[in-house]
Design a protein around this ligand. Structure first.
Ligand code: MG
Length: 402
């Protein structure tokens, strides 16, 4: 049901900014070492998985992309300069940039080390309209840190994020009051929540652009895609009334999957659990949270549902840790003996790591893992979840997740 608050005619139009630093890690390297400016720069693991975590725009012109194996990137661009991840330095600049944001509003929702939503509705009297505020922030970030931050300005988070993608690199895009000119031509993969699986389903229905989606009624979309269908209906109209949240209100972070066919095979269940752990961990890090209580939910084919929980002394946001805990909990259920139609993982007892997660990680002696996790999150945001997942999911091998 459409409501006034949801549609474009809400009583108090909000002004939301989405700010996203361009090619952040690579830009920092070029900032700190002027001799690298204008050159193709890769930031990535020489150790571990050996993937590109970030690449400068110069490297991108050779077809290099994040998530690509470093070896492949170097084949495409042999002149590229490969540098290790220096997370502490990126964090330092990130704090400076967020400090600039905080001059304009205290309603800031950090999405990651280089990206945030700002609700500046209450700041317009003081600093001017959304475009004006975004221009001031971009100029301040440029002059105080030397970094380029792209900005999207719109009446809600969904459109603001689309706008900043449109603005890149080093740009500003303001979504007009009637967003249709901007929105209708966009491919569906640009919409929030449209991953590769849903995209294939939509494409099979003959839908490729937002304009295609607009032709379907809400009941039709809900019949085809359930609750997601209702969300698609709203997004196709540019509607999104989610508030900008400072983040501490989150009580739990979880993911669950319902299967097309009930699962009995333990290996299948294990792979689903690994995928869920990885997704929940990424969402925790995305929100800057760590959690101490892990809960799994198992729904059997007859719809009876059980949960199992465990609480640890140490808060975690790391996929393989969650996976190990979840697997132990799964062994305390009848999964594998009875067919399972749904599996879910939730992490609660959350605490905020804010913008200084490195101290915590250093204390745990897993600096490298933190850098790797941050890099993987970055790649996931760029490519969707299918862009990067643990090797056991890709190869369905029997090896341990770490
Ligand atoms: Mg960025």
């Amino acid at each position: 049901m459409r409501t006034a608050a949801k549609g474009p005619f809400q009583p108090t139009p909000r002004t939301i900014l989405h700010l996203d630093l361009d090619a952040f890690y690579a830009s920092v390297e070029q900032l700190d070492r002027p001799e690298l400016r204008g050159k193709p720069v890769l930031v990535g693991g020489r150790n571990g998985r050996g993937v590109v975590c970030a690449c400068s725009y110069e490297a991108r012109s050779y077809g290099v992309r994040s998530a690509m194996p470093v070896s492949q990137a170097l084949r495409l661009c042999p002149a590229a300069i490969l540098l290790p991840v220096r997370m502490a330095r990126y964090q330092e600049l990130s704090r400076h940039v967020f400090d600039i944001f905080s001059h304009y509003t205290d309603l800031i929702e950090p999405l990651s080390v280089d990206e945030a939503f700002l609700d500046v509705t209450g700041s317009r009297r003081l600093f001017g309209d959304g475009r004006c505020i975004a221009e001031q922030i971009r100029a301040a970030v440029r002059s105080e840190t030397g970094l380029a931050v792209s900005a999207g300005v719109a009446a809600n988070k969904f459109l603001a994020k689309l706008a900043s993608e449109q603005a890149k690199p080093d740009g500003l895009f303001v979504v007009p009051e009637d967003p249709d000119d901007f929105l209708l031509g966009l491919p569906l993969q640009r919409l929030w929540g449209v991953g590769p699986v849903l995209l294939r389903q939509l494409n099979r229905q003959g839908l490729t652009t937002v304009a295609d989606l607009r032709r379907l009624a809400r009941p039709t979309l809900e019949r085809l895609y359930g609750a997601t269908g209702g969300k698609l209906y709203d997004l196709a109209r540019g509607w999104d009334n989610r508030p900008v949240e400072r983040g501490h209100a989150v009580k739990s972070v979880g993911c669950e999957d319902t299967f097309e066919r009930d699962l009995v095979d333990r290996d299948d269940l294990r792979h689903v659990l690994l995928d869920l752990s990885d997704r929940v961990a990424a969402r925790l890090r995305h929100k800057g949270l760590v959690g101490r209580t892990l809960t799994i939910k198992v729904r059997y084919a007859d719809f009876s549902t059980v949960t199992r929980s465990t609480t640890s002394a140490e808060a975690v946001d790391h996929g393989p840790c969650l996976f190990r805990g979840a697997l132990e909990l799964l062994h305390k259920t009848e999964a594998g003996r009875r067919p399972v139609r749904l599996l879910g993982i939730t992490v609660s007892q959350l605490s905020h790591v804010g913008l200084e997660p490195l101290d915590l990680f250093n204390a745990q002696g897993s600096h490298r893992q933190a850098a790797l996790d941050a890099a993987m999150d970055h790649l996931r945001r760029r490519f969707g979840r299918s862009g990067l997942c643990p090797a056991t999911l890709l190869g369905r091998s029997e090896s341990d997740p770490e």
